[in-house]
Design a protein around this ligand. Sequence first.
Ligand code: ZN
Length: 157
Amino acid sequence: MKKFRVFKNPIGEVKVVKVGWSWPAALFVPFWLFFHGFYLYGIIMFFIDFISVGISHVFIGIFFLGKDGNKILADNLISKGFECVMEVTANNIEMALSIYYKNKESNNNVNENHKFELKKEININEEENSTEKVCTMCAETIKQAAKICRYCSHQFE
Ligand SMILES: [Zn+2]
């Protein structure tokens, strides 16, 4: 199992970034840079790879991007307004995402239940303060202060 961080931005976009070593970053250096939108660095890396006949690729991959690639992705998200909302342990990104959504769903359910309880309380209070009562004879709703039912003329004490 690996550790993942779930990031979310104010408009609700969700991204998952692994914590720790990144094989894709270590192995595919310039492609990885391109894939994640670091185009300028990608071009520079292609160029350096070409000049060094791939030596820089191995070097930067193993000593830099493999170790820091995921951290760079996380920092990049944070700089774009994302916030880390959860840390999960999972086998892969898909599993991490499903754990995140499941957790969110159960949180929502808790909130819904809470709202329901509040609503019930409000209803009870309203009933207590109600200015109406139900006639014991005809079951029509009449004013609390009424001494006589306006529907059936039943008299109250
Ligand atoms: Zn009545």
